[in-house]
Write a protein that binds this ligand. Structure first.
Ligand code: 0T9
Length: 424
């Protein structure tokens, strides 16, 4: 294919064949050098905040309805970075470095224009399958995002299909009053262009943002649907309680890597025809990559230090060194696991604990409750009870984010004490 260097054609073919035969977890497959990225998957959560101003704006919203739109706006504005930035910086989607257990990544976005400082903390909480947990917090605005990501991959009609496992919860704690939680789920990915050696991501199916009295439903389509353009989406924002329950109050259409518009509105916050998001102008225009500390002061398990030599090899085309250094890390990991097993111990995570059967997902009573609420929602029956909606949000987990048995939760609320000390 086009994207494959002549000398790597046969190893690419072999790699693609192995993708087709391995299902579930592709992270441990050995890929030809041209497709390797020097960036570890632990750095990916920083995509959530490359528009720190838009994140902060969630706190400035005047009411629930504008806040629901602000959350959706921030969410949509992260998609370009999450899913197209490797194509932009490296010419195609690339295979990230597969994080080791306990790998750590810390960063921040400095305070600017009154938006407050935003901090990021990431820990790899599982190696096989890879699970990445993270917290992003803007304390001055009362905003905190806690999430974890894992993937299940399969191969279909020449494309890699990636089902995202996990979810994130955004909590907004107002200066007075009770916190509001938004549950975010993630879209399905189709990685196309594999045969040509120039992979790129198209999003598919549906993701949700649910909380604060509203649920936003985002449908993703590629070429040939909605508008015929790739990276298209159509989102609706509907109240989950009270007047107009289940009816779309706003409909938004566009392409997530460029712009979108309000195409229907019966609400007061935005009118039909209004621009919803525009990644090319104003506040959206410039993404701000996360700031990290000096590698020289990092601990051994911090991403940029741990993978420093491998990344350098990949960047400079010195793949012998890259693969030698990678083997050193992998052998060290194998030895650690052996030693732990012999000692009857497991690796102690630093910032998260894995909670079995997350309390939000177990109670069968709550399950029944959820079904009742869901029926009310679908049939637009008005329910007016405080607290119900919060329960609804949490219980959406049951249906759409397919929670697994182990969910990483931060060990402490003051989770950034350590990281902030590190970063100064
Ligand atoms: C969470 C994101 C995720 C991680 C990556 C599928 C993928 C690993 C997971 C889902 C982020 O919020 C968003 C963006 C990109 C996703 C990656 C794209 C990708 O290709 C990898 C997988 C594991 C591969 O490396 C497949 C092999 C490779 C040859 C294709 C380029």
């Amino acid at each position: 294919g086009d994207g494959v260097p002549a000398a790597q054609k046969s190893s690419w073919t072999a790699f693609v064949k192995s993708i087709a035969s391995v299902s579930g977890d592709l992270s441990s497959l050995t890929a030809p050098p041209f497709i390797l990225s020097p960036v570890s998957l632990t750095e990916y959560p920083s995509y959530w905040c490359e528009h720190p101003g838009l994140f902060a704006k969630i706190a400035d919203a005047k009411d629930d309805e504008s806040r629901a739109l602000a959350v959706l706006n921030w969410f949509i504005s992260t998609l370009k970075g999450q899913y197209t930035s490797r194509n932009e910086s490296m010419g195609s989607e690339k295979k990230p470095l597969n994080p080791v257990l306990g790998e750590l990544f810390y960063g921040f976005w400095a305070d600017k224009d009154g938006r407050g400082k935003t901090s990021l903390l990431v820990e790899q909480v599982s190696h096989h399958p890879p699970i990445t947990a993270y917290v992003i917090e803007n304390q001055s605005k009362g905003l905190r995002l806690v999430g974890h990501n894992a993937q299940k991959t399969s191969f279909s009609a020449g494309s890699i299909i990636v089902k995202q496992i996990g979810h994130a919860v955004l909590t907004y704690t107002p200066p007075t009053g009770t916190p509001v939680e938004y549950l975010l789920t993630f879209p399905r990915l189709r990685i196309d262009g594999i045969w040509y050696g120039s992979p790129y991501i198209e999003l598919a199916e549906t993701s949700y943002v649910s909380g604060g009295g509203f649920v936003s439903t985002v449908d993703y389509k590629g070429k040939g649907y909605f508008s015929g353009k790739s990276h298209s989406f159509k989102a609706t924002v509907a109240p989950v309680m009270g007047t107009g329950v289940g009816e779309a109050r706003y409909t938004i259409e566009g392409t997530w890597h460029t712009t979108s518009k309000i195409t229907k509105s019966s609400g007061k916050v935005a009118a039909k025809g209004d621009e919803f998001h525009n990644v090319e102008s104003g506040a959206y225009g410039k993404k701000e990559e996360v700031s990290v500390g000096d590698v020289a002061t990092m601990e051994d398990f911090e991403t940029r230090k741990l993978w420093g030599a491998v990344a350098k090899g990949i960047k400079t085309g010195d793949f012998d060194t890259a693969s030698k250094e990678k083997s050193t890390i992998e052998n060290d990991q194998r030895q650690r696991r052996k030693d732990e097993q012999a000692a009857g111990k497991t690796w102690p995570l630093k910032h998260f604990k894995l909670v079995e059967n997350h309390p939000t997902c177990t109670s069968s009573l709550l399950f029944v409750f959820f079904v009742v609420l869901r029926v009310c929602f679908v049939f637009r029956v008005r329910v007016n009870a405080s607290g119900l909606e919060c329960a609804y949000t949490r219980l959406v987990l049951l249906f759409i984010s397919r929670p697994h048995t182990l969910v990483p939760v931060p060990i402490t609320d003051a989770i950034f004490l350590f990281a902030d000390e590190r970063l100064g």
